[in-house]
Design a protein around this ligand. Structure first.
Ligand SMILES: [Zn+2]
Length: 254
């Protein structure tokens, strides 16, 4: 691609904190390189509590997500679906399509197609469908922005790098985030509501530790301190060249 023509990236994930867990290091690198960064979640995190009402926790968690995004100058969007009830249906696809239409990304990061939780898999499908069609003039009532196109699409690692049957996922692209790990940790720590109850439950800072474990595991595969893994979508009509590797140099590209 002409890398100056449209440098907008959209991380479309299920819940507040998913982008910070799985792809924030890469988003930080893109922001540093002058990209316009958007983080969107399908749900506001309304089940992420043991004490608060769904309304109170949603307000808290979307504010935490906004703050995390703001650390790298990114915009935060929420489709306002519900935790555990994110589905691939016409109304949700319509919302997703309109989100893509507004952002007009040339690069999209989303969940692994197979992951531990169905919300993640549904968002992966929504991202795939919306990325394929959003640039078609009749796909939405919203105006078509300049630079709209079938974007580069990458699937983030599933939780622990394992599919739901426990099989390790092999990334096509590993990106060195050693220099971004501190900031990524800072972004994840914005989600204080989640960090606190996990810390109380585990007695350790499991929230941040689990993110660091995955980054270290991918880093070891790449021969660096910390990395993020992605599988690139290479179906018909999508760009096939590895944009992330071209931009930042592969920690390893398979
Ligand atoms: Zn999630």
């Amino acid at each position: 691609m002409n890398q100056t023509e449209n440098r907008r990236v959209l991380a479309f994930m299920a819940h507040p904190d998913d982008a910070e867990f799985f792809c924030a290091g890469t988003l930080i690198r893109l922001a540093e390189a002058g990209w316009e960064v958007h983080i969107a979640t399908a749900a506001p995190g309304d089940c992420g509590t043991t004490r608060e009402t769904r309304w109170a926790i949603s307000a808290r968690r979307t504010e935490e997500a906004r703050q995390a995004a703001a650390l790298i100058g990114a915009a935060y969007h929420c489709l306002d679906e519900r935790d555990g009830f994110v589905v691939y249906d016409k109304p949700t696809l319509r919302k997703s399509m309109d989100l893509f239409r507004r952002v007009a990304p040339s690069l999209v990061l989303t969940h692994a197609a197979k992951d531990y939780m169905m919300d993640h898999e549904m968002v992966s499908l929504l991202a795939r469908a919306a990325s394929f069609l959003y640039a078609a003039p009749n796909a939405s009532e919203l105006p078509l922005r300049d630079g709209s196109r079938v974007p580069y699409l990458y699937y983030c690692d599933p939780v622990e790098g394992l599919d739901p049957l426990g099989r390790p996922v092999e990334p096509t692209t590993l990106l060195d985030i050693s220099g971004q790990l501190e900031k990524k940790t800072e972004m994840l720590a914005c989600h204080a509501s989640q960090r606190e109850w996990l810390r109380a439950h585990h007695g350790t800072d499991e929230y941040l530790d689990s993110m660091r474990r995955l980054a270290a595991m991918r880093g070891e595969q790449a021969g660096v301190a910390a990395a993020e893994g992605f599988v690139q979508h290479r179906g018909h009509a999508y760009p096939h060249d590895d944009l992330l590797a071209a931009l930042f140099g592969p920690a390893r590209n398979t």
